[in-house]
Design a protein around this ligand. Structure first.
Ligand code: EPU
Length: 293
């Protein structure tokens, strides 16, 4: 394939995704690109489409498990400044897909806009959080979203209102488009109050989930009103390991990379967990993390 001559954007080959995931796990992306603006992204999308080449967008890599042999096609990172802006428009915040959630939360606190505090501690980007409807407890980012701007795989840009996005628990109808921006509705509040709430979330997370480990957050979705963590814990699986992948002793829904874990170690541990929970409780756990293979 004479990719070098024809590709409309600069790209790299064989980029190790373990460097781009919070798990620190994953083989290479066949091709890696960081388009400089929306028009470069649209050119790349259309170019890949005519070649039937897959494009995946990576955010902070905080909710994915990449196969050890890597992935074919392009992995695209929206980290150019035009994808990462955050602006206040009346009582709303418009944020680029590539903006880290931590920056969104700091921006909202400084601007005296409340409602996004529960996202504190989720190591994702706005785009990834919206696609996965990330959240904490009963709150999800989809509850804040007014509209998103997306690009389809023909390079066409459109605006989707929240009611047309199909947000549900850790899901959205955005799996087949590229999120470019999200507009969120927040409420006015004193920055000091917002900062106090953020500190409470931070404390709660540290206590219940620990910190400092390489992981992809909760591995499984909560089944109904049950906690997957509680079920896994009740199966006695805390500390259980496959190779260098280990079930956290603090929160059993977290699998940690204890050194140089392979994706296959994590997959084996996930299978052990699902079969133990099925056997003991008759409940089939569904992965929350996305598997790239
Ligand atoms: N529990 C245990 N053992 C464990 C873990 C939890 O007994 O190992 C019990 C807790 O004591 C508590 C109940 O299970 O009584 C619920 O636990 P927790 O409050 O930690 O909430 P969760 O349902 O396990 C959800 C989200 C987390 C989010 C927390 C914050 C999912 C799958 N998980 O966890 O999100 O941070 O609420 O309240 O929805 C993520 O999505 O990656 C994630 C970590």
């Amino acid at each position: 394939m004479s990719l070098q001559q024809n590709c409309p954007v600069p790209y790299k080959k064989k980029v190790r995704l373990s460097r781009h995931t919070t798990f620190g796990i994953g083989g290479p992306a066949q091709f890696w690109a960081e388009p400089g603006d929306v028009s470069a992204l649209s050119d790349l999308v259309r170019w890949c489409r005519t070649r039937r080449m897959r494009i995946r967008v990576i955010g902070a890599g905080s909710n994915i498990l990449v196969a050890d042999r890597g992935v074919k096609g392009f992995v695209v990172k929206l980290n150019a400044p035009c994808f990462c802006g955050i602006a206040r428009v009346n009582g709303r915040v418009i944020a680029g897909a590539g903006a880290p959630l931590a920056r969104l939360i700091a921006f909202c606190a400084g601007a005296g806009l409340s409602g996004a505090e529960f996202l504190h501690g989720i190591p994702g980007t706005v785009g990834g959080a919206v696609v996965g409807n990330a959240g904490s407890g009963t709150l999800s980012i989809g509850d804040l979203v007014e509209f998103v701007v997306v690009m389809d795989y023909n390079g066409k840009i459109s605006k989707l209102e929240a009611k047309d996005i199909g947000f549900s628990y850790r899901r959205s109808g955005l799996d087949n488009v590229i999120v470019l921006q999200a507009c969120m509705r927040l409420s006015v509040c004193a920055p000091s109050v917002i900062r106090r709430r953020i500190a409470q979330y931070a404390r709660m997370r540290r206590l219940t989930q620990g910190s400092g480990w390489r992981s992809a957050g909760c591995c499984f979705k909560n089944p109904g009103s049950e906690s997957a963590g509680r079920l896994i814990d009740a199966c006695g699986l805390k500390g259980s390991r496959c190779g260098r992948a280990v079930v956290s002793r603090i929160h059993a829904n977290f699998i940690l990379n204890d050194g140089r874990a392979a994706a296959s170690d994590v997959r084996r541990l996930m299978r052990r967990i699902t079969s133990a929970v099925k056997k003991k409780f008759g409940i089939r756990l569904e992965p929350e993390i996305r598997i790239w293979q």
